[in-house]
Design a protein around this ligand. Sequence first.
Ligand code: MG
Length: 163
Amino acid sequence: MTGIESWLARRGVTVEDVAEIVFSLQRPYNADLNIVECEESVRAVLEKREVQYVLYTGIAMDELAERRLLPQPLQAIMEKDESLYGVDETLALGITNVYGMIGLTSFGYLDKVKPGIIRQLNLKGEKIHVFLDDLVAGLAAAASARIAHGDPKANQYHLPDSP
Ligand code: MG
């Protein structure tokens, strides 16, 4: 497991979790796609230095907030998961953008529908995942866009009809 994968694992997210979302996004356009290819795509995105830097930064913010180490008013904003904060989504775009505009469309879709691990991260509990839910959506969107760009059959501008 690489450094960044162990950071994700520590926060309850595996490459397989993200690959399942990628599969659900791309499967309607690619009948030959399998989950292993999706995992490979997630790992390829995770190898990018700019992606790793975004993940380290967002995960550190979540962890510092859990330990109540952030200055106010940031600590209160993070504890409330204030919907107007928006910096979590903005940071996640740093991942989504590595494969261009198509990733942005998928990111918006995932942010709205919150499938799989994204929904679990959103459930309020002891943990704070203000950044991680968006980072995972950004990662899945980028890995999905990467597959779409590599596959001439993939329909790059349409999303699945239903979650
Ligand atoms: Mg968030």
